[in-house]
Design a protein around this ligand. Structure first.
Ligand code: GDG
Length: 480
């Protein structure tokens, strides 16, 4: 029986090793949820890194980890600390991530890191090939594995391969600066279907294909080595019911409120509003911009002093990469400076949490906020914006969303802003804080309807259906 192999940098599980115990906990993130039906069907498997460097494990322990992971229908790709340093923190996060998000000034092109990127993609290919049988389908995820599709196709040309990019694909003018641009594009072209969050990313990719590789592109199909490769956009959704139902549950009067919720509610009244922002601590998310724009707002609309509070959750991320350390320092300083400038004995304008919170706290934050401020400088999609909307079970709440987030393309009823214009930002925040309930409800209703219909499971099945469609196309060609 044919199976599906999902491949991503990290496996959807957490491995924890204590002195005598080895524990594996499946993660419940968006991707894992979306892939559930694909992964659990038949003898499907998921291939990726376990999160533990191989050199930290004795051969015996490594075997035990592998067996336990196998029980979860996963196979781990062994990576050493050096691989992680050069391939993940290095090439993936110091070259590809900033370049694809238009942060040219942060981009570092190091030959040894490119070599490591190739080596690790080959390691992934080896593990995939060991587990691959004729007729299987492979679905590869994200920018850490751009070379993998071609590495598989070279060895097993009949395999159906799909690739989905979770971050933006930049315009040709940006992408052309990349020293290994041909190799990256050819790596991706090992796929039969390439998926992006938005039509714009798809368009940018096709433009690079035409101008760098000089390949023929017809509408959304590329002719390459006698093959036809399909390119399409599949905007990723969320597990809508999970967020909506969790919010309903938290609002039941029979449920004991958490301390966080009680503290948040102390600040809620007719004339006091909570503004929420949640992101990974990443320079693409526009955190310093947001704080400075909030300062501009308080300076220009002083009547809101003591009446609004920004609750800002920044989740630690990639803290070994220098630019992320710099961002953390800058954020700490800005929050300190602005709280120092405006605070009174009874009011602190910014509540800043630098940590990851449990799911239930996240729901409490979502349901307790009057406005969500999601203002990345550049973002592939942004699922937080969608989760906020899903939890508004009473139909109220206002989403302010950056035009630079992929999500803005399908969330027109949000208040869309350019995050670089403080003036626009402040005027929009004022508009959100004074928006009549009826208007809030109309906007949220439209947004919810769309998010419920196109949830993460639908996203995965649509991609998979299109991928299976390419298989039929190829088989048709062979029998003709
Ligand atoms: C990449 C792309 C694209 C956040 N804090 C906590 C927490 N979260 C969860 C949120 C949300 C997820 O993390 C973040 O997803 P985003 O989409 O906002 O951002 P990235 O991590 O940058 O993801 C992005 C995505 O891939 C999917 O393709 O949308 O553009 O950059 O689900 O809820 N969860 C918990 N505690 C926290 O403190 N439990």
């Amino acid at each position: 029986m044919n199976k599906t192999i999902i491949v991503s940098n990290r496996l959807p599980l957490q491995v924890s090793i204590q002195e005598n115990s080895l524990e594996i906990v499946p993660s419940v993130g968006g991707l894992a949820t979306g892939m559930k039906s694909v992964h659990s069907e038949g003898n499907g498997i998921w291939i990726g890194w376990s999160g533990i460097p191989e050199n930290d494990l004795s051969p015996d322990l490594s075997k035990k980890v592998q067996t336990k992971i196998r029980n979860e229908k996963c196979v781990s790709v062994p990576l050493t600390s050096q691989d992680i340093e050069e391939y993940y923190e290095g090439f993936s996060n110091r070259a590809l991530w900033p370049l694809f998000h238009y942060f040219m000034e942060y981009t570092e092109f190091e030959q040894n890191e490119w070599d490591a990127y190739k080596r690790v993609n080959e390691n992934f290919a080896k593990v995939v090939l060991e587990n691959l049988e004729d007729g299987d389908t492979v679905w590869v995820h994200d920018y850490q594995l751009l070379l993998l599709p071609q590495l598989i196709k070279d060895q097993k040309p009949n395999t159906t391969i799909g690739f989905f990019l979770h971050i933006p694909f930049p315009s040709y003018e940006i992408f052309r600066t990349f020293p290994w641009r041909e190799e990256i594009l050819k790596g991706m072209l090992g796929s039969d279907l390439l998926g992006f969050h938005t039509y714009d990313y798809e368009r940018h990719f096709l433009s690079s294909i035409k101008r760098i590789l000089r390949l023929e592109v017809q509408f959304n199909e590329i002719n390459y080595h006698d093959r036809t490769i399909k390119v399409d956009s599949f905007p990723m959704g969320i597990d809508y019911d999970k967020f909506y139902n969790a919010a309903l549950e938290h609002q039941k009067s029979s449920i004991e409120k958490s301390d966080l919720r009680k503290r948040l509610e102390e600040h809620m009244s007719e004339d006091k509003k909570l503004i929420l922002s949640i992101d990974r601590m990443d320079y693409t998310k526009g955190i310093p911009n947001r704080i400075k724009a909030f300062e501009y707002f308080l300076d220009n609309y002083p009547e809101y002093k003591e009446h609004v509070r920004l609750v800002m959750l920044a989740v630690p991320s990639r803290s070994n990469v220098p630019q992320y350390q710099k961002l953390k320092r800058e954020t700490d300083e800005l929050v300190g400076r602005i709280n120092g400038k405006f605070a009174t004995v009874s009011w602190t304008p910014i509540w800043y949490f630098y940590r990851s919170l449990p799911f239930d706290d996240l729901i409490d934050l979502y349901i307790s906020s009057d406005v969500a401020l999601i203002t990345p400088i550049r973002d592939g999609m942004n699922l937080v914006a969608k989760e906020y909307v899903a939890t508004r079970t009473n139909g109220d709440g206002v989403l302010i969303l950056s035009e630079m987030a992929g999500a803005s393309k399908e969330m027109n009823e949000a208040l869309l802003i350019n995050p670089n214009s403080y003036k626009d930002f402040a005027a929009t925040l004022k508009r959100a804080l004074t928006m009549p309930q009826d208007e809030q409800k109309t906007r949220i209703k439209f947004l919810q309807k769309r998010l419920k219909r196109y949830d993460v499971e639908k996203w995965a099945t649509e991609f998979f259906k299109a991928l299976e469609g390419t298989k039929k196309l190829r088989q048709g060609k062979v029998t003709k």
